[in-house]
Design a protein around this ligand. Structure first.
Ligand SMILES: Nc1ncnc2c1ncn2[C@@H]1O[C@H](COP(=O)(O)OP(=O)(O)O)[C@@H](O)[C@H]1O
Ligand SMILES: O=P(O)(O)OC[C@H](O)CO
Length: 520
């Protein structure tokens, strides 16, 4: 652990968390009870240069981070003296490559949803299958994780690999990018990440928590470009001068889904949270044991606090849930805001036989089928846009049921209730349907910004603002609860119909469907 820039004033009893998400960057100032006191949020541009491609401008993200830090501090009415530490949480897997000397990104960031690297994935899987690196990394080969995105940039710009070997070009997920910039950037920024983010790159060995030399060698990814892997809760460095956070230690980093798990106080083995955002991410804490799924979940690091042993998790990652609602709004124009989907869906009694499977990026967990594409089935002339709205919401709950079923089959989740968070949990109709479909209560906490809260917790623990996990557990307060009320026969019927609909998505992309799968 590196030392902080000096002792913080005893009045420093707030934590500032930066949540660098897929669609926006927010900063939230929390007090010592974990209550938000001020926040600020800015969206960044989503760049879609070709079908299946999704990019961000990392320089824009850094500018936004600086503005929201200032905005949140202003709203909370606090200065650096009142802030004990900074925590960072972030969209995972997204690849940023930047020039160490100039501090500028060398290309647009390639986002986790981007499917352009399918040809590289196919090549790596040839003769090995998609589980070539699963033993070490916990992950199947997929366009989702960072490694193939780095390889794609090397293939397009061969000079980048040589420059990376010389340590001139650095790689990071957006946590590393923000940490490096906050701590001084080209003037000596800290190049580090935490175990949870590293566990999503396809380059880290889950058992050693270090970069895997064999994988790096086989892929030709130079170690010199990779950040140092640190725990999720320790002092990485202090914020450089010129920022309103001048001198404040950065002391917590967690990938956003792991941060939400931490913010939900799901610290014990078997505890589960589900986040409903752009996509859905179900995480089951498996304690210090590395559990291997036989049913399509991935194994990942949940968190590591300082020098303590890491906690691991099983994860069910679903690529498209809230973004389907955005698609109804932006591409089909059926609604004018995401929230409006609830009213439209509630205007009909049921889905009128319509089923939507939003396999826009193929299917992630538990299927891992890149050849799948979205379908809308069950259409008759009876179907209206209200049925579409209902089917869209139902697809979120049904995909969640599938990953929970996988978790149950792996005997990791004797689920008694589901803790939920994220933007879509504002939707009561969806939450009720989720509870009906699972047959267990669905519970939402008072602080729904659990992602930022988790990063704040990790940072606050590192600097001694909180005594330990028991104290944090006491912060958790229930806000709303939905109890199952659907008859079991109906629930089973809905699950059966869903399985049929999923089958209709498979084997859609052929080798010659080039428009749907850019080959780079
Ligand atoms: N009331 C609502 N009903 C359904 N979906 C919603 C509602 N409000 C927001 N969403 C969806 O939730 C997502 C935003 O959630 P959020 O947790 O902020 O996402 P992220 O962190 O992934 O950017 C968007 O995809 C939006 O379409
Ligand atoms: O930024 P979010 O909330 O869409 O989360 C993205 C995930 O980290 C992708 O793995």
């Amino acid at each position: 652990m590196s030392p902080t820039s000096g002792a913080r004033p005893t009045t420093a009893d707030h934590i500032l968390a930066i949540d660098q998400g897929t669609t926006s960057t927010r900063a939230i100032v929390f007090d010592s009870k974990g209550v938000p006191r001020g926040s600020s949020q800015l969206e960044h541009r989503q760049l879609f240069p070709a079908p299946g491609w999704v990019e961000h401008d990392a320089a824009e993200i850094w500018r936004n981070a600086q503005s929201v830090i200032e905005g949140a501090m202003r709203q909370a009415g606090v200065a650096a003296e009142s802030i004990a530490a900074v925590g960072i949480t972030n969209q995972r897997e997204t690849v940023v490559l930047w020039d160490r000397a100039t501090g500028e990104p060398v290309a647009n960031a390639i986002v986790w949803q981007d499917t352009r690297t399918q040809a590289i994935v196919d090549r790596l899987a040839e003769g090995h299958g998609i589980n070539r690196y699963t033993e070490a990394t916990g992950l199947p080969l997929s366009t989702y994780f960072s490694a193939t995105k780095i390889l794609w940039l090397f293939e397009q710009h061969p000079e980048l690999r040589e420059r990376a070997e010389r340590g001139e070009v650095l790689f990071g997920t957006t946590d590393s990018w923000l940490l490096w910039n906050l701590t001084g950037g080209a003037g000596g920024g800290v190049h580090a990440t935490d175990v949870t983010n590293a566990s999503r790159t396809l380059l880290m060995d889950l058992r050693t928590l270090d970069w895997d030399a064999t994988i790096l060698g086989e892929l030709g990814i130079p170690r010199a470009m990779l950040p140092e892997i640190r725990s999720s809760s320790e002092t990485y460095g202090a914020v450089a001068s010129g920022s309103p956070l001048d001198g404040v230690p950065v002391a917590g980093i967690l990938g956003d889904q792991q941060a939400a798990t931490f913010g939900q106080a799901a610290f014990s083995r078997g505890e589960v949270k589900n986040t409903y955002g752009t996509g859905n991410f179900l995480i089951v804490n498996t304690g210090t044991e590395i559990v291997r799924s036989k049913h399509g979940l991935i194994t990942t690091v949940a968190y590591q606090l300082g020098e303590q042993p890491a906690a691991y998790a099983l994860e069910g990652s679903i690529a498209v849930t809230g973004s389907l609602v955005q698609w109804l709004r932006d591409n089909l124009g059926l609604i004018s805001s995401s929230a409006e989907v609830e009213q439209l869906a509630a205007s009909v009694e049921d889905n009128g036989g319509v089923q939507i499977v939003p396999a826009f990026s193929g299917l992630f967990a538990p299927h891992w089928r890149p050849d799948a594409r979205g379908v809308i089935v069950g259409l008759t002339r009876y179907a209206t846009k209200a049925h579409f709205a209902r089917a869209a919401l139902e697809s979120t709950a049904l995909q969640t049921w599938e990953v929970l079923e996988a978790a149950d089959a792996d005997a990791a989740a004797p689920l008694e209730e589901l803790r939920v968070d994220g933007g879509m949990t504002a939707n009561s109709l969806l939450m009720q349907f989720q509870s009906d479909l699972l047959g267990v209560p669905v519970v939402r906490p008072k602080v729904t910004e659990t992602t930022a809260l988790g990063a704040a917790y990790a940072a606050g623990l590192a600097v001694g603002l909180w005594s330990g996990l028991d104290e944090l557990r006491e912060h958790w307060q229930e806000d709303a609860r939905w109890e199952p009320r659907m008859p079991v026969e109906e629930r089973d019927r809905r699950r059966r119909v869903w399985r049929k609909a999923v089958e209709r998505t498979l084997d859609w992309v052929d080798d010659d469907t080039s428009a749907a799968l850019p080959r780079g």
